[in-house]
Design a protein around this ligand. Sequence first.
Ligand code: GDP
Ligand code: IMO
Ligand code: MG
Length: 434
Amino acid sequence: MPGIVVIGTQWGDEGKGKVTDYLAERSDMVVRYQGGSNAGHTVWIAGQRFALHLVPTGIFYRETRCVMGNGMVIDPVAFAEELDYLHARGVSTENLYLSDRAHLVFPYHQALDEVAEQGLGTDKIGTTLRGIGPAYMDKAARTGIRVADLFEPRRFANLLHRNVEEKNRLLRELYHREGFDEAAIRTQYLDLAERMRPFVTDTSVLVNEALDAGETVLFEGAQGTMLDIDHGTYPYVTASNPVAGGVCIGAGVGPTRIETVIGVVKAYTTRVGDGPFPTELNDPIGDQIREVGHEYGTTTGRPRRVGWLDTVVVRHAARVSGVSALAITLLDVLSGLDEVRVCTAYELDGKRVEHLPASLEQLQQCQPVYETLPGWKEPLDEIRDYRELPQEAKQYLQTIERTCGIPVAILSAGPDRTQTFQLREVPGFGKSHR
Ligand code: GDP
Ligand code: IMO
Ligand code: MG
């Protein structure tokens, strides 16, 4: 013990990578438990930008073991590319582990992701086109192929044959696309298996042994609560469970092992795909926040949709994951605005709505109820202590704490690793300060 979870409370890209990196220095292990290369987690270290998609954001600390759990879906091509990228930049992957139970992403998953999106037309989800949804579909259909299967070549060949045959029929007959060459995929994946082999193990055993030994284990969520397949804005979601409950399934640990959940909250809201977004700003303020915050996707480069902070969303996330402390990120981006707004509830048909409705039609119609606060002009990127913050920025943080009913433990005011500080004790980490 303890197990500490870092989750995104909004639509992803809250700065989970940065917060995980900050906490990883004091952790023995960092574990990804869901998602795949749809994730893009950015860290800036000494003026250098690193973007991770599959590898946990603990990899920059040599002593910290990094685990890719069974709940992930692994694209071996993306994995090999990420290894090359890290090695080329002098980052060791000696302490990296990959679950033998994780499912694999194949080229036909990416093709199916694309045709499904095209078929939806204006109702498209706006996926990352990484094949994530179709890979989880195969997992649920019991036709998926797991990492362990790569090391039993005959079994792998049989499973692949069945899959390629089915997917090619779908692609050719339903979508009028070209099919895939089964032999080419088999050769390519068996080659890639050799790159994966040194990392592969039963990661549930590894993680539980660490917890038994009293080590600090950090679970790094990808995506965010509003993209959770159960608790998000379905169907405009990803295909996994980013919420804290996903840790138990996706890392193979029991709920009794989780001590703390830290909810990462961007100081405003962004969303990169399609779907409802009550506080969206389609105006010059939204444009200003997008430009100052460099709000373009880490994985796809798409411009992110931008809006005011929505605490209905954050409270929803806090409830479904049992969040005990917040990490507020990108507060610096709001510097220079005359006023800042926090959505505290919605109004629907003249009634106040405190909880996120399941019906997307209702959510589309919800009008945000705002608390408007004075802005601040000072840049925040040099700030390293709460006391140095402008009064208005303090008031903004206090408003978040009050409307969410959760303390803010970590503040990030700039992309660099050093631009992060603790406001109060981070639960699970005792009083230690970096
Ligand atoms: P993640 O997916 O939750 O890890 O977040 P991303 O890395 O996709 O997106 C967050 C973006 O904001 C990245 O470009 C980070 O470098 C950047 N970032 C993180 N924290 C801060 C911050 O406090 N201030 C600023 N200006 N940028 C930040
Ligand atoms: P990180 O971990 C933001 C979004 C896509 C789309 C929906 C489904 O960096 O926060 P998918 O490819 O998963 O089937 O797409 O989810 N999405 C993300 N948005 N950050 C992410 O990851 C995302 N991963 C998926 O844009 O709306
Ligand atoms: Mg991201």
